[in-house]
Design a protein around this ligand. Structure first.
Ligand SMILES: [Zn+2]
Length: 405
C-alpha cells in the first residue's frame, strides 16, 4: 500500500490519484507503508518489485519484459583511464530501446487501474515510443505531441505502434510553446478523462516510480553494495531524481549501508540545471537551445529543482558536455566496448572522462554510468559517427588481398 506526501508542504494528499499537491501544486512523493522490499520473482519485468510500485491489483500489470538490463563492467575505456571499477547500465536493452519503458509500464498499468481509455503526452521520442508500445499492448488509445525537431527515426518507431502523433511548432526550444503545450494537454485530458503521462515526477508521480527500479537493480547486480558515484544523463531531471529515491529506499530496506553520489550530466548547449547548480540558485528556464542531443534538451526542466536538491543531498555535482564530445563518446562506447547507444546516453562517458581528467574521480571508486537509450534511436547521429568510415566496393577475388590492420 502507498500514500502521497507533498514534498513542499509535507501534507499527505487525500486523493490517491492526484498528480500534484492540491494545496500548493507541489511534487507528490509516493511513499509505502513498509520499508521492506519483498521480491516477487513470479511477476514479469520490473514487477518483481511490485510491493514498491503504486499499483493495488496485479491484474492491471502491463509488461513487455522491461528492466533487468545488464550492468556491464567496462572492458577497455575504464581501465584506459585507470578506473578499473567502471560499469555501464545498458538501458538501451529495454523493449523499445530506452529506460522509459520502466515508466511506461507503471504508467499504463496505473492508467488501466484508473479505468481510463487513453493517454496523452509530450515527448522528444523515447517516452513516446514507450507509452505507444505499452498503450498498444494494453489496447488503449494514445495522443502524442512531439517536438518540432524530434528525430525522424524516433517518430517512425512511435507511429508504428499506432497512436496519434502531432508535431507542435516551436516545442523544444521556445519556453512559451512548452508551457502552452503542457497546459493544453492537461486540459484535453481533463475534458476527456484521459491520463496525462509526462515522464516527470512533478507531473506523473505514480508512473515515475518505475524509473527507481534502476537503482534497485544496480544494488542487486553489485551484490548489495552501493556504487560510489552514479552518472545520469539529465534533461527534465526525473530520471536522476527517481534513481536517487531508489537508492535511498534500498538503504532504508537495509540492503546497503551507504549511498552513492549522484552526478547530473547535461548538454552544454542546453544546461539550465548545471547553470543553476554552479550559481547556487533555483532553475531559470533558458530562452534557446543550442544542443542537438535529442532526449536531454529541455529549456525548462520540470524536475530541475528536485535534481538540485538531490545533488546537494547526495554530495554530488552537475556538469555539461559539448555535443561534439558526446558524439566522440558515442563512437568510443561502440568501438571500444561494443555498446551502441544514442548520443544523449553517451554524455555519461564523456563526463566520466572529464571528471577523471580534472581529478574529481579517484581510481578506487566504483562508478556507474546510466546508458539511457540504444543507438538506433538517432539515425542522424549514426550517419555522423560512420560518415568517415570507408566502405569500398570490391570483387570477390580481391578478398584475398585484404591486409591485416
Ligand atoms: Zn503541498
Amino acid at each position: 500500500m502507498f500514500h502521497l506526501v507533498c514534498m513542499d508542504c509535507g501534507r499527505t494528499c487525500g486523493d490517491m490519484t492526484a498528480a500534484n499537491c492540491p494545496h500548493d501544486g507541489g511534487v507528490l512523493d509516493v511513499r509505502y507503508h513498509s520499508a521492506e522490499i519483498p521480491l516477487q520473482p513470479q511477476l514479469p519485468g520490473i514487477w518483481r518489485y511490485a510491493a514498491r510500485l503504486p499499483l493495488t491489483d496485479e491484474k492491471h500489470i502491463v509488461s513487455l519484459g522491461e528492466g533487468d538490463t545488464p550492468l556491464m563492467p567496462s572492458s577497455q575505456l575504464g581501465p584506459d583511464i585507470s578506473l578499473p571499477q567502471l560499469y555501464f547500465k545498458n538501458e538501451g536493452l529495454n523493449p523499445t530501446g530506452s529506460y522509459k519503458d520502466r515508466i511506461a509500464s507503471v504508467g499504463i498499468s496505473y492508467l488501466r487501474q484508473l479505468g481510463r481509455r487513453a493517454w496523452a503526452a509530450t515527448s522528444s521520442g523515447n517516452a513516446g515510443a514507450s507509452l505507444a508500445a505499452y498503450g498498444a499492448r494494453a489496447a488503449v488509445d494514445g495522443y502524442l505531441f512531439t517536438l518540432e525537431r524530434a528525430p525522424r527515426a524516433k517518430i517512425a518507431q512511435i507511429l508504428s505502434y499506432g497512436p496519434q502523433v502531432m508535431s507542435v511548432k516551436r516545442l523544444g526550444y521556445d519556453p512559451a510553446a512548452e508551457k502552452a503545450t503542457w497546459a493544453n494537454i492537461a486540459a484535453l485530458c481533463a475534458a476527456n478523462d484521459w491520463l496525462m503521462l509526462i515522464t516527470a515526477r512533478s507531473n506523473s508521480p505514480h508512473a515515475m516510480e518505475g524509473a527507481k527500479t534502476i537503482a534497485y537493480e544496480i544494488c542487486e547486480q553489485l551484490y548489495d553494495q552501493a556504487p560510489d558515484v552514479v552518472y545520469v544523463p539529465v534533461g527534465g531531471g526525473g530520471l536522476l531524481s527517481a534513481i536517487w529515491k531508489g537508492f535511498k529506499e534500498w538503504r532504508k530496506a537495509g540492503y546497503i549501508d551507504r549511498l552513492p553520489r549522484m552526478v547530473a550530466v547535461q548538454p552544454l548547449g542546453c544546461d539550465p540545471i548545471t547553470q543553476a547548480w554552479a550559481a547556487g540558485r533555483p532553475i531559470e528556464p533558458l530562452d534557446d537551445c543550442k544542443s542537438a542531443l535529442s532526449g536531454i534538451i529541455l529549456t525548462s526542466p520540470p524536475d530541475g529543482d528536485l535534481v538540485i536538491q538531490d545533488l546537494r543531498e547526495s554530495d554530488g555535482w552537475a556538469l555539461s558536455i559539448p555535443d561534439e564530445a558526446a558524439y566522440r563518446a558515442q563512437s568510443e562506447l561502440a568501438s571500444r566496448e561494443g555498446l551502441f547507444v544514442e548520443p544523449a546516453a553517451a554524455v555519461v562517458w564523456a563526463a566520466i572522462k572529464a571528471d577523471r581528467q580534472s581529478g574529481r574521480l579517484r581510481g578506487d571508486e566504483k562508478i556507474v554510468g546510466i546508458l539511457t537509450g540504444i543507438g538506433f534511436k538517432d539515425s542522424a547521429a549514426i550517419q555522423r559517427m560512420t560518415d568517415d568510415k570507408p566502405l569500398p566496393m570490391i570483387e570477390a577475388d580481391e578478398i584475398l588481398h585484404v591486409n591485416p590492420r
